[in-house]
Design a protein around this ligand. Structure first.
Ligand code: GAR
Length: 211
């Protein structure tokens, strides 16, 4: 099967991007990163790739008058690298309906809570404040809402009574690094079918036809 081309959008540390690179290198993910795009010139994710042959670029929001112009520049860069699936990996900006519709069903996000609980910013702190005993992470396709798109995979982690948001974030992050490559692999194998709000995971042998 042909390797799917991924485009990664990331704003910060880039540990999820690294987990995806590692999964590709280990042969767990039959994909190729076509381009990594950040909105933040100081993002650690860009430094991580400085010595690699993965094309990296920074497209800053402040250089465009309108949000859609900025998003069109990102979409053009993704197209220029023949990206088939867009991976939001700690991308800390909300994408408009314009971008969502342009790439409908082809943009995944990871969020550090069990959605629909605790969407938006500081999900781990929200979980601690609420007092839940279990949180986790969710990989989903994006739609026009905030962390509301069809859910692909979720995994739970315990919340301990003395957890700080940082400790919980670290515990969840370990799981993210396994879950995200697994969800991307399912997509690359043609095994994800979106039906309304639900994502059906097809058995091997039932894969969707390539378009
Ligand atoms: C991850 O925990 C990811 O789930 C979260 O940001 C972190 C990025 O870490 N994303 C969100 O909160 C999106 N709403 P990373 O840059 O090391 O991958």
């Amino acid at each position: 099967m042909n390797k799917k081309v991924l485009g990664v959008l990331a704003s910060g540390r880039g540990s999820n991007m690294q987990a995806i690179v590692d999964a590709i290198d280990a042969g767990r993910l039959n994909a190729k990163i076509g381009v990594v795009i950040s909105d933040n010139p100081n993002a650690n994710v860009l430094k991580r790739l400085a010595d690699s042959d993965v094309p990296v670029t920074c497209i800053e929001r402040k250089n465009f008058a309108a949000k859609e112009e900025w998003e069109a520049a990102i979409a053009a860069e993704l197209n220029a690298h023949q990206v088939e699936l867009v991976i939001l990996a700690g991308f800390m900006r909300i994408l408009s309906p314009y971008f969502v519709n342009l790439l409908s069903g082809r943009v995944m996000n990871i969020h550090p809570s069990l959605l629909p609980a605790f969407p938006g910013k500081n999900a781990q702190e929200q979980a601690i404040r609420y007092g839940v005993r279990v949180s986790g992470c969710t990989v989903h396709f994006i739609d026009e809402g905030m962390d509301t798109g069809p859910i692909i995979l979720q995994e739970a982690v315990p919340v301990e009574s003395d957890d700080t948001a940082e400790i919980l974030a670290e515990r969840i992050l370990h799981v993210e690094h396994v879950l995200y490559p697994r969800a991307i692999a399912l997509y690359c194998e043609g095994r994800l079918k979106i039906e309304g709000r639900r994502v059906i995971i097809l058995e091997k042998g039932e894969e969707l036809y390539e378009d």
